[in-house]
Design a protein around this ligand. Structure first.
Ligand SMILES: [Fe+2]
Length: 425
């Protein structure tokens, strides 16, 4: 029997199928373009290769092709006889995921990885910012994430993928030196791993090393295919640093070239959240954002997220609708009961509505209770700085400048000396 790169047995006897499968998995682990092509080659070489079809389903999910993913998982099911116990369980996890049974899938991933920690395609479902732990809505999910990646790291050791997702979890709880060491070790083994370059950028951001971060990403991204999963999001990181460093020309060049809904290759959740956060962070910094940018984004949000449920997306949809002046769409989110953190989406949406009216005091009242645990909404710390900066800006605008400065020191020390907020310094 053939094995994958992690020594796990595969039910195919054709080396071409195995080799293409391994390539597909590496594309997913490194967030590089080419996974669907590779898994398609695997099942072309061996049409009965069930895990090849599962891999294709996963790749198509990342392509945003859900009908294609459903078709691939159905093919996998049709070739399920004769699989090993590990492969059967692997298929069952993806079956749950593609049925949208998210909390059952989260439990199944954790059970499966306890028995098969080297089965990385399953393990990665619960890693990353938008993975099933990150989007659980549970209190303490950042610590849960770190506990999860620690176990995987113990099992996988010196592997470039686990180092990058373990480092990500370390970064998000503030263990920055360890995070940077993980990223550098991962990149030394595979410099093409976008999960490592991404969180090297995050770690530099958390360290307040914006100039080094901006230079690093500008260089790294030049070799990264624009169609890859993280191209738009890495561009967002670059644009944030351009904003911080007051390079407005580069900020808009990056927005129009790689982030705006009409040009981005990202998944809709990244397109929406990156664009909305960048536009509003630009406004907080004192830049003028043309109203048509907000209207375009509000249209995009209503097309791709017509119903509430994905709470992290929902707070960004609400922002776009509020700034575009669409009260009807916004009202759906100020009243929503749907989503893993709907109780937090409602006050954030109400805050955006007050902000659009320039009623800073009312906005502050809505946002203040959310600040106790906005991690439940999902997203990285850098992404949730949208809320931190908004909160500081509201304190400033409603006449509480000393409190704004004390709050920055207490909550987000990287903004205590200088923050990208007009009038804060
Ligand atoms: Fe990021």
């Amino acid at each position: 029997m053939l094995t994958d790169r992690f020594g796990l047995t595969l039910t195919t006897s054709l080396p071409d199928a195995r080799d293409a499968y391994v390539k597909g998995i590496d594309h997913i682990l490194a967030a590089t373009f080419g996974a669907s092509v590779a898994f398609s080659a695997a099942v072309a070489a061996d049409p009965g290769f069930a895990l090849g079809h599962v891999g294709l389903a996963r790749a198509r999910m990342y392509d945003g092709d859900m009908p294609g993913a459903q078709k691939a998982i159905a093919s996998a099911r049709s070739f399920a006889s004769g699989l090993t116990e590990r492969e059967e369980s692997h298929l069952a996890v993806f079956d749950l995921l593609l049925q949208g049974r998210v909390s059952e899938a989260r439990g199944a991933v954790q059970e499966h990885t306890a028995n098969h920690p080297r089965d990385v395609l399953v393990a990665q479902i619960c890693t990353n910012i938008f993975g099933l732990i990150g989007m659980s809505g549970e209190p303490g999910r950042e610590s849960t994430q770190l506990a999860y990646t620690t176990k995987l790291f113990d099992a996988l050791g010196a592997d470039w993928w686990i180092m990058s997702v373990h480092g990500q979890a370390l970064c998000e709880v503030g263990r920055l030196d360890e995070a940077m060491s993980m990223m550098d070790r991962s990149l030394a083994l595979n410099n093409a791993n976008a999960n490592a370059s991404h969180f090297k950028a995050h770690t530099l951001y958390e360290q307040g090393s914006g100039e080094a971060g901006r230079a690093y990403l500008a260089d790294w991204i030049s070799d990264y295919d624009t169609r890859s999963l993280l191209h738009g999001h890495l561009s967002w990181h670059r644009a944030l640093w351009a904003l911080e460093q007051e390079d407005e020309a580069e900020l808009w060049a990056i927005y129009d070239g790689a982030i705006a809904p009409t040009v981005s290759y990202s998944l809709p959740i990244n397109v929406l959240t990156d664009a909305a956060a960048l536009l509003y962070r630009s406004e907080i910094a004192g830049l003028k954002v043309p109203p048509e940018r907000w209207r375009d984004l509000s249209e995009y949000a209503s097309q791709f997220f017509p119903n509430p449920g994905m709470s992290f997306a929902d707070i960004h949809s609400a922002l776009a609708h509020a700034m575009a002046g669409d009260g009807e769409r916004l009202a759906v989110l100020t009243e929503t009961q749907s989503g893993f953190a709907a109780d937090l989406v409602r006050p954030v949406a109400q805050a955006w509505r007050a902000i659009a009216r320039q009623d800073w005091t009312a906005a502050l009242q809505h946002l203040t209770p959310v600040m106790a645990d906005h991690a439940r909404l999902g997203g990285s710390r850098a992404q949730r700085d949208l809320l931190e900066l908004t909160y500081l800006n509201l304190l400033l605008r409603s006449g509480h400048a000393p409190e704004a400065h004390r709050t920055a020191i207490a909550r987000r020390p990287i903004f205590s000396q200088s923050a990208p907020i007009a009038g804060f310094a």
